[in-house]
Design a binder for this molecule. Structure first.
Ligand code: HEC
Length: 105
């Protein structure tokens, strides 16, 4: 278990990193992939061969849409979505996930 104090410090550090990262670095698709496998694979098809039992669109289908736009996906992920649990993603996570989905085109 981590102490609340340590968590608060980590959170502040993560926010600082977000500021630095969003101005200097591109999003990290490999981190997005890790997040997606943990949080989204229960409903969305993430990898080929995986079975999906819900109506959630596979990420590769989202990436192939003609109007696909990584920044729109990132924005969508930060909004609560009726059929998806409110996952409280950080802006960095949302950007990394959108960057990962963009690689599936
Ligand atoms: C509990 C099941 C569930 C989980 C978990 C889930 N989703 Fe979804 N998601 C859905 C369903 C169902 C839809 C389509 C229905 C709709 O559009 O309302 C959807 C739609 C989407 C869309 C497409 C929106 C559009 O433009 O059509 C995106 C992008 C998306 N999800 C991303 C994610 C990501 C990223 C995660 C993990 C961080 C995630 N979802 C986790 C069920 C889920």
């Amino acid at each position: 278990m981590e102490s609340p104090m340590k968590q608060g410090c980590l959170r502040a550090f993560a926010m600082l990193l977000t500021c630095v990262a969003s101005s200097a670095l591109a999003a990290d698709p490999s981190h997005g992939e890790a997040v997606v496998k943990r949080w989204c694979a229960g409903c969305h098809l993430v990898e080929p061969g995986q079975r999906s039992s819900t109506e959630a669109p596979p990420f590769s289908a989202i990436a192939k849409r003609p109007d696909f736009d990584a920044s729109k996906v990132a924005f969508f992920l930060l909004e609560p979505h009726p059929k998806m649990p409110n996952m409280q993603l950080t802006r960095t996570e949302a950007a990394d996930i959108a960057a990962y989905i963009a690689t599936l085109k």
